[in-house]
Design a protein. Structure first.
Length: 393
């Protein structure tokens, strides 16, 4: 076979292959045309038209393949988001979303071109509802005016308000939710706190569980967390002495706090007052819960029962951390989570850390005794701690 015949056969083979490709492309384009009729493409008219315009161009096989796949994926995403947002819309409070507003959002949901607007409106309403639920003072407590939210914790909110019947400014604490767990914690806090009457413990004026659970207490203008640190030595000793006086009183009334930290020490006319007895326990009762503990101030026994049960000496540990924090503006232990804090607090050589810091040399013996990992090596009581503090004041 000469060269000319070889070239002819090669051309024929190429033509045959090209015809085969066009046949495949033609079958594919035919299938795409059928698929476009079957897919619910309402709202995707532009994409649908772009595909239709290329169906007769067999050379556009690759582009059409990509376009139809993109269209199917977009339709599925839209349907999925539509059902999700429809559910969210149905769950919005009727008192917040009236019929007109609901219909408007519904219309936005019906089109993939405007569903993002519906999503934004639903999210805005949800944020408003969440803010309302968290900030709005219960309207049932009619004896209070001038409500101002000053703090939100894991279990409750605290407001600065005016008691119109007593004509005084007070703080009111209210649970965030009325579920069984928070209800039990709230009642336990009431039972322990209401029995305590001391100048270094925030005073409860009144409380009730109806019409909503609440605690009314004395108003304090700041807390230990607000003051600049490190604190001057004599002032730090004064603060810690007063806090210990309040604790000593609580312990003699059979109540331990278990959550001493700067945020829970309020200041009124510069007098420290212990607040937030939500984790407190009667010393005759055992408690193992770790929910809500402040990890940087937690004692070894709050991480592991091999250090014994929580008791009055747990508060002594936390007094030591508070004193260390006031004098150094640091915390001796750190971590990123419960496990890491637990490991550092139960294994780190605190005695070495204390002795290496010359700024706390005058109270190093007190800190070492407070922060002994084994409870038997700590102060036997807050009174013993106070005796040592008073010797250097």
């Amino acid at each position: 076979m000469n060269l000319k015949h070889h070239e002819v056969y090669q051309d024929l083979a190429e033509i045959e292959e090209r015809v085969k490709q066009y046949e495949q492309a033609s079958f594919f384009m035919h299938d795409v045309k059928k698929e476009l009729h079957q897919i619910d493409t309402e709202g995707f008219e532009t994409e649908k038209m772009e595909i239709k315009n290329q169906l007769n161009d067999l050379d556009s096989y690759t582009q059409v393949y990509q376009l139809i796949n993109d269209l199917k994926e977009n339709v599925l995403e839209y349907k999925s988001e539509y059902h999700f947002l429809q559910k969210e819309l149905n769950e919005l409070p009727s008192g917040i979303v009236d019929k007109h507003k609901r219909n408007h959002i519904q219309q936005l949901l019906f089109s993939p071109r405007t569903i993002h607007q519906a999503r934004q409106r639903i999210n805005n309403i949800k944020e408003y509802v969440d803010k309302r639920d968290r900030i709005c003072f219960p309207k049932e407590l009619t004896q209070y005016t001038d409500e101002y939210l000053i703090g939100t914790g894991g279990f409750s909110r605290v407001y600065k308000v005016k008691n119109t019947k007593k004509n005084r400014v007070v703080a009111v604490k209210i649970p965030i939710k009325n579920d069984a767990c928070i209800g039990k914690s709230f009642l336990r806090e009431l039972n322990n706190w209401v029995s305590l009457d001391h100048k270094n413990i925030v005073k409860i004026f009144q409380y009730n569980i109806l019409p909503v659970p609440y605690i009314e207490m004395e108003w304090c203008d700041s807390c230990l967390d607000d003051i600049k640190k490190p604190v001057q030595f004599n002032l730090a000793l004064y603060y810690i002495h007063e806090i210990a006086e309040g604790l000593q009183y609580a312990h003699t009334h059979n109540v331990a706090h278990f959550d001493l930290k700067p945020q829970n020490i309020l200041l009124k006319n510069d007098i420290p007052k212990i607040t937030d007895w939500g984790l407190s326990r009667a010393l005759t009762k055992a408690g193992t819960t770790t929910i809500g503990i402040s990890l940087p101030f937690a004692a070894p026994e709050q991480f592991s029962t091999r250090y014994g049960k929580k008791d009055a000496k747990t508060d002594i540990w936390q007094l030591g951390i508070l004193l260390y924090h006031l004098l150094t503006d640091t915390i001796p232990f750190s971590g990123n989570d419960f496990a890491e804090y637990g490991k550092n607090i139960t294994t780190k050589n605190i005695k070495k850390i204390i002795l290496e810091d010359k700024s706390i040399a005058d109270v190093s013996h007190i800190l070492i005794k407070c922060l002994a990992k084994q409870k038997k090596n700590r102060y036997t009581s807050v009174r013993s701690f106070l005796n040592d503090i008073e010797k250097i004041m």
